[in-house]
Design a protein around this ligand. Structure first.
Ligand SMILES: [Zn+2]
Length: 234
């Protein structure tokens, strides 16, 4: 059974951190893509929404990480997705198809109608699945916005909703220092750290990452994948 699998007859579990008595944390990276962002690429206003430098650092430093992918990002970056799937330290998770809002008030994101929520997330699992690697049934709502209606809509998918207890603020950051400071100020054993691999909309994640990794090491906190953090296993 894939990590994050839940009872489809009950509301999905919602977690925002792992056990507090174990000095481990999960670095999670969201790969957002929206129709608006895709137009920026097509019109040449933006070069890339795939932060290869951040991925390289994780690869070089052999750091475990979990990636929450939108279906649109996977379709835009199949080779990068394959590279993530091929890394035995990386886990793949679901961040919706087009990064829409699953509640009626979520950072001005266009809303996913209630009767389309199930299909949006189901389709994204189907897009990620063929890449293999470490698949999961973890799902993160865009903007972390969810309510009971959204949870009810997704219940039949048998997934686990993952928020996070450390909001790095890397999205739309204007420098790397605040990202490092926000992360290290909030982090504690069991933390789920929310970051992005979107480059243009999180331009300082790569510069912040080495400092975050050093700060975690100083605090004796070991990065692990989400399934390792939440299952409490090795
Ligand atoms: Zn997102």
């Amino acid at each position: 059974m894939l990590p994050g699998t839940s009872d489809p007859d009950a509301l999905p579990p919602v977690v925002d951190h792992g056990p507090r008595d174990n000095p481990r944390v999960a670095l999670t990276f969201d790969a957002d893509l929206t129709p608006w962002m895709q137009r920026q690429l097509e019109q040449g206003h933006v070069e890339s929404y795939a932060d290869l430098r951040t991925i390289e650092i994780l690869e070089q430093e052999q750091v475990p990480a979990t990636f929450f992918l939108t279906g649109m990002w996977v379709e835009q970056y199949p080779e990068v997705t394959g590279r993530l799937a091929d890394n035995p330290r990386f886990e793949l998770a679901n961040h919706s198809y087009a990064h829409g809002a699953f509640t009626d008030d979520c950072y001005d994101l266009p809303q996913v109608p209630a009767d389309e929520m199930y299909e949006d997330v189901a389709r994204t699992f189907e897009i990620i699945e063929p890449y293999g690697g470490r698949q999961t049934r973890y799902f993160r709502f865009p903007g972390l916005c969810h309510d009971e209606q959204a949870l009810r809509a997704l219940a039949p998918l048998g997934l686990t909703v993952v928020d996070g207890d450390v909001i790095s603020g890397d999205a739309f950051a204007t420098g790397w220092e605040p990202v490092v400071q926000a992360t290290l100020d909030q982090v504690q054993p069991g933390s789920v750290i929310v970051l992005h691999v979107t480059d243009e909309t999180a331009p300082f994640t790569d510069a912040a990452l080495p400092h975050i990794l050093a700060g975690l090491a100083e605090r004796g906190l070991e990065p692990v994948t989400l399934s390792e953090l939440l299952d409490g296993g090795e």
